[in-house]
Design a protein around this ligand. Sequence first.
Ligand SMILES: Cc1cc2nc3c(=O)[nH]c(=O)nc-3n(C[C@H](O)[C@H](O)[C@H](O)COP(=O)(O)OP(=O)(O)OC[C@H]3O[C@@H](n4cnc5c(N)ncnc54)[C@H](O)[C@@H]3O)c2cc1C
Length: 440
Amino acid sequence: MTAPRHHLVVGAGTAGLSAVEAIRRTCPGDAVTIVSAEPDPPYSPTVLPHLLAGRIDASRIALRPESFFARDRCQLRLGAEVTGLDAERRQARLADGATLAWDTLLLASGSEALRPELANPHGVEMLGFTRLADLRALRARLGDRTRVAILGAGLIGMELAEALVHVGPGLRVTVVEQERQVLPRSFDAELAGGIAALFESRGVTLRLGRRATALERAGGAVALTLSDGSVELVDLVVACVGVRPRAGFLAGSGLAMGRGVLVDRRMATNLPGVYAAGDVAEGPSADGTPGVHPVLPTAAGQGRVAGSNMAGRDAEHEGWLPANVFNFFGRVAMTVGATESMKRARPAGASTLPHPPGQGKFLRILRPVTLEAERNRNTTTMPGCIYLASSSVAEIMKDISGSPVFLRGVGTQILTASISCRQEKSVEAWMRPFFTNFAN
Ligand SMILES: Cc1cc2nc3c(=O)[nH]c(=O)nc-3n(C[C@H](O)[C@H](O)[C@H](O)COP(=O)(O)OP(=O)(O)OC[C@H]3O[C@@H](n4cnc5c(N)ncnc54)[C@H](O)[C@@H]3O)c2cc1C
């Protein structure tokens, strides 16, 4: 029997708390300290659009009940920001000068918003939409007739736009996107066009195929200049141009870094006893290619694996597959796999699921999925992207029940022999965690 150990978890989000659960299952006598830079009880950023739209109440967003933390040998420290690590001494430094020692350490600090590069000579405020503090700032500035410009039509920007439509009919919402379509990393142009039309029918103005280049004060308003020379007069600007791993505080720690903290399938970093999971981690995808995959089910899965290994087990993450679910105006859109536009949108040199030119077809499967999937079972194509729009999650689950994601065969490197049998999963199995998390 091993002596009880102390596990330090940096980040009280989905990855961190999934790890704590796994540690408890295996070693209930071990001590755990969870630190969060924020003052709020642990929550998931996925609630932000729902809070803004009034679909849920702030009293219902806690990721775990208080009883989860009120245990012997468990300490939750809120408002405690880790500013550095001393890997040799196995100590984390906090912003207030205190130190915390660890036997094992999990880095689960999530991601932070990217800021667009544009001229801003007057220092016009640009809000974000990734943390509760952002939501509070946004709410404090919203009036009945506020004109809001959202920079970026990715999932976060579009979720924000949808939520603002629900906030009030007097708001004027404009979304600016440099690609020619909305949701360029998730859906192909044709399908994204359908989503865009729905947003426009609800009063959202889309300015696609142009970048925001400058912000200036114009009386009481803000003049937002776009790359085509046009100017939008707005009251508020919210930047939703992407996220990156929140890893600045790890500089000089000796951790191997890529875009995020590099981890293997066990979620182990290059430093002994140090693990990373969730948005901050750069771990293997389903085909082994490393990458950052900032979505909730990946954070939960990686956190579970990291926690098991911190507690002395030997668990491996199956790897992530690009996948997401987008709820908008009572509909659900779903994507699995890499789309052509996702590949284009990735910066050169960034890790990606490899798809050599001319190989790999990306099928859009509209209902009935099962029939389409069956038809392709014996071909060389991989349904790399799946899209459904439907009125209910239950309907989608019925449709995709039993439909295979072809992770074997030929056509792309993801289909090579390096994919072991455990990677053969149905679409339903890949997507279940997304629907479990977001069914509404
Ligand atoms: C608006 C919005 C909508 C989203 N919608 C979806 C969706 O529909 N589907 C989906 O799959 N994903 C969605 N995501 C992404 C999803 O929220 C993240 O992938 C997931 O929350 C990542 O979990 P995590 O545990 O890695 O990080 P987080 O949940 O972000 O937790 C990070 C934790 O680390 C703490 N922290 C950070 N730095 C430090 C430090 N230096 N010291 C101490 N603590 C620190 C933070 O305070 C926080 O407690 C959405 C994200 C946003 C912002």
